[in-house]
Design a binder for this molecule. Structure first.
Ligand code: PLP
Length: 365
């Protein structure tokens, strides 16, 4: 049996309906901004229960534009997780601000108890990262941000649909940022990203930032970027968004099964599942003894597993200038050695997930 990590082949096995709409787009010539994008932005905001969604080039741009719109300037410090995807830190660094990392906790997310220690008089913002579809405890972050007058930009690129006490990840901060990359929860046929916000001022600024600073065809308010979400991708997004809940529920079901069955294996440690959170399992991640051996064994059995991510950000070459060293974030470092992501996507069958569990059992026997 083969169990692939990717779902793209099955998800788009029959692309005719999408292609038909793309044909209409081609015939209309409405290639930038326009109706399809407006429709997508409206559905996206509706799904999250927030006022505005603005389509931009990528999830990274969503983060970068959020920081700029929030007034983060070169030299300011922005706090984020040591164990996030590279572009969270990249968005901070490329606007000249300084990424300041915080260790993870047993739930694989930023340890909210350690955030205050990382705050200095230069700290301007926090980017909590809802990693793997697991939502950060935003209620705690809101308290810290209020006390220290910090802006919150949520990195929800992996966590569309996750909730904390029934409120969706990405709707707590000044903005929430989403990626529509093919390997993200709501995926299109290339790169795209979305900023969501309830703020009229932030919405207006991001509309300028993505479109050369243009207020209208002839008047430029500020020199900015050309970084709109592609209309063609919006056509794809308008189809994919219809299936989002179904997709998330399938992943939640697979994860429940894994939690239950893998919980019986002493060599596997399931991350702490905190109450009041709806996890949507973009990646299904557990800690495993002899992780590298297990990874190879699963590969041999036709099961593709991954590591998200093997090197924490403070130990990446890109972070050299920040002056961190090994041992600074012991929890993230230890997790990086032990984590493994198992295939959990919406097209995994009951037989396939049983096969994954029995392969893991076999490996430890
Ligand atoms: C994918 C991702 C991003 C960046 O999104 P892109 O669309 O690839 O630019 C940012 N943060 C996290 C946590 C991500 O997983």
């Amino acid at each position: 049996m083969k169990v692939s990590y990717s779902y793209l082949k099955e998800q788009f096995a029959n692309p005719d309906a999408i292609l038909a709409d793309i044909k209409l787009l081609v015939q209309s010539g409405d290639f930038t901004l326009g109706k399809a994008l407006e429709e997508f932005e409206k559905s996206f905001a509706g799904f999250l229960g927030i006022k505005y969604a603005i389509g931009v080039g990528t999830g990274t741009d969503a983060l970068r534009f959020s920081l700029i719109a929030a007034g983060v300037k070169p030299g300011d410090e922005v706090i984020t997780a040591a164990n996030t995807f590279y572009s969270t830190a990249g968005a901070i660094a490329t606007i000249g601000a300084k990424p300041v990392f915080v260790d993870a906790d047993d739930s694989l997310l930023i340890n909210t108890e350690l955030i205050e220690k990382a705050i200095t008089d230069k700290t301007k913002a926090i980017i909590p990262v809802h990693l793997h579809g697991l939502p950060v405890d935003m209620e705690k972050i809101l308290v810290i941000a209020k006390k220290h007058k910090l802006i919150i930009v949520e990195d929800a690129c992996q966590s569309l649909g996750a909730e904390i006490n029934k409120k969706k990840a990405g709707t707590f901060g000044l903005t929430g940022c989403f990626s529509l990359h093919p390997l993200k929860p709501l995926n299109v046929w290339g790169d795209a990203g979305v900023v969501v916000t309830n703020s009229d001022a932030i919405k207006d600024r991001i509309l300028l930032l993505r479109n050369n600073g243009l207020k209208n065809r002839d008047e430029c308010e500020e020199y900015a970027y050309n970084c709109r979400m592609d209309t063609l991708q919006a056509v794809v997004g308008n189809h994919v968004i219809k299936d989002v809940d179904k997709t998330l529920n399938a992943k939640i079901n697979n994860s429940k099964y894994y939690d239950q069955e893998l919980g019986k294996i002493s060599q596997i440690k399931i991350p702490l599942r905190k109450p009041g959170r709806k996890c949507v399992y973009h990646n299904y991640v557990v800690m495993a003894e002899r992780r590298d051996g297990l990874l190879k064994y699963l590969e041999k059995k036709g099961i593709s597993a991954k590591i998200h991510y093997p090197i924490p950000l403070h130990l990446q070459k890109a972070s050299n200038y920040l002056g961190y060293k090994k041992g600074d974030f012991p929890v993230a470092e230890e997790q990086a050695k032990n984590i493994i992501s198992l295939p959990v996507h919406q097209h995994i069958t009951k037989e396939q997930r049983e096969y994954v569990v029995s392969a893991i059992k076999e490996f430890y026997k």
